[in-house]
Design a protein around this ligand. Structure first.
Ligand code: COA
Length: 169
């Protein structure tokens, strides 16, 4: 026989969960234990590799700007890492959902909550960079009111150009 404790998602201590994607995925803030899994998602989805310490140091600057979408087992399946390094301006530094979990509203929910948190923190603008060839992400961001402000030549580590996109809050 299964009891509720067997099936309930397990939060990290002090990290309340908010259900999304039909209750299969839960939103919470980043925890350093997430780093290996987030690095996997970054490698697969963003084709980039960063020092593990980067995630920890960025999360300390604005803890609620680094949000994780975990599955019922507590494993991150998506995340949005936003920073606030310029007064009044947030920047989405990394944003990805694991391939099997895409097109179910996880990304939209992460972005919605991020924009709410930006507003609550008094931000007036959000910026981000995206590969020029990433049509899916560009469509996603356009749907969220972002528009292309600049072309960033050779911006990515493999030489691909980027767009800088922004939206006001
Ligand atoms: C960009 C990205 C984060 C979006 O995440 P996601 O979880 O797939 O986003 P959503 O599910 O909210 O939206 C994706 C699409 O699914 C659709 N969708 C959302 N919920 C849905 C549902 N329940 N049923 C069917 N379709 C749905 C949305 O309408 C959207 O389509 P559209 O963009 O054509 O309008 C994801 O595609 C990704 O990780 N890509 C690789 C990494 C990347 O490119 N990151 C951005 C770098 S700048």
């Amino acid at each position: 026989m299964r009891c509720i404790a067997d099936t309930a998602p397990r939060p990290f201590e002090g990290h309340p969960l908010e259900p999304i994607a039909g209750g299969e995925v839960f939103l919470r803030n980043f925890h350093p234990r997430d780093i290996p899994r987030i690095a996997e998602i970054v490698a697969e989805a963003l084709r980039e590799h960063y020092e593990p310490s980067l995630y920890t140091s960025l999360s300390q600057q604005w803890p609620s700007g680094f949000m994780v979408a975990q599955d019922r087992a507590g494993i991150p399946q998506g995340f949005l890492l936003g920073v606030n390094q310029v007064p009044g301006e947030a920047r989405v530094l990394m944003f990805a959902v694991e391939a099997r979990w895409r097109d179910r509203g996880v990304g939209a929910h992460l972005m919605d909550v991020f924009l709410q948190r930006c507003k609550a923190r008094g931000m007036v603008r959000v910026t981000l960079e995206v590969r020029v060839g990433n049509r899916t992400a560009i469509r996603f961001y356009t749907r969220f009111g972002f528009s292309v402000m600049d072309l960033l030549k050779g911006y990515y580590s493999d030489g691909e150009n980027g767009y800088q996109m922004t939206r006001d809050i």
